[in-house]
Design a protein around this ligand. Structure first.
Ligand code: URA
Length: 192
């Protein structure tokens, strides 16, 4: 189905396709530049996001902002969304049914943004967008290309908060993302 932003946001705000709608304070749809070249996809809103209706504003979100700043980007330069738009209780991983119900919204978001790069933060996003068998520790940092969109999986910032020893690998992924971003923006300049 083809959407425009207003229709899409309207539909998501009224969504009752799975049980997560019963517990939400706010639907958490997206943030940032709707024309961004880089899209970041997380798992689902946590408590702070549910309260504010904005993705990645809690502790993991603050780390995400710092990670972006480390490669000279801000959340205004990217578009941020999640696999599910309503908070799973106790921040559990969304079930297959919940993700399946919500994924058409994420697909509509990236059809509207048309990013050159999608960064999957953590296994949930990576398994739904890149490969159901993907394991972050084994498969992070590898580029995939689908219909001229470049996808990469890296550690979720919440994982980095739990285990700082993963930070050097996350930093290497971030640098790779920055290089790909520069390369693609440069080649798009020549096309326009
Ligand atoms: N974790 C996520 O995956 N998404 C958010 O929006 C916040 C925390």
């Amino acid at each position: 189905m083809k959407y425009d932003w207003a229709a899409l946001y309207g539909e998501i705000r009224g969504c009752r396709k799975c049980g997560l709608c019963e517990m939400r304070t706010n639907v958490v749809i997206g943030d940032g530049d709707p024309h961004a070249r880089l899209m970041i996809v997380g798992e689902g809103p946590g408590r702070d996001e549910d309260l504010r209706g904005v993705p990645f504003v809690g502790a993991a979100g603050q780390l995400l902002d710092k990670m972006l700043a480390a490669v000279s980007l801000t959340r205004k330069d990217v578009y941020i969304a999640n696999v599910v738009k309503c908070r799973p209780p106790q921040n559990r991983v969304p079930t297959e049914e919940e993700a399946t119900a919500c994924l058409p919204y994420l697909r509509a978001q990236y059809a509207l943004v048309r990013p050159a790069i999608i960064v999957c933060m953590g296994a949930t996003a990576a398994r739904h967008l890149i490969d159901p068998q993907l394991r972050i520790t084994r498969d992070r940092g590898v580029w995939h290309e689908r219909q001229r969109v470049h996808l990469i999986a890296t550690y979720h910032p919440a994982a980095l908060l739990r285990d700082a020893s993963k930070k050097p690998q996350a930093w290497s992924d971030l640098q790779s993302i920055r290089r790909k971003y520069d390369e693609l923006c440069e080649s798009e300049k020549h096309l326009n």
